[in-house]
Write a new protein. Sequence first.
Length: 126
Amino acid sequence: MSTRHRHPSGEAFARLVQQAIADLPAEYAMLLDTIAVVVEEEPPRQVLDDMEIDPEEELLGLYQGLPIGDESFFGSGGEHPARIALYRGPILRLCETEEEIVQEVCDTLVHELGHHVGLDDDEMPY
């Protein structure tokens, strides 16, 4: 049975994110060991502008960091740790139930993890 809950609180949304992470297949969840997952309300305007995202489009998540193949022990240092930002507002605008939220967060995490392993958008499984 589907639970209609269009606007969970920040705390409830964080619980749904934790559920989505727990539901990830092991090979994806293992990649999260070295990546911070953060929830932000909306993507920053600068990010949308830099990515040339149209105003009618929604950015659900963003990977920031070096892809695995680009990391090096001999790097210059000073790099921020890899992170995935999940954007609560766009996800809530797209989803109507808690089940949809969990599924969309899972899908978004898998997509962003694809960037972590060096895939471009056109190489993603979905």
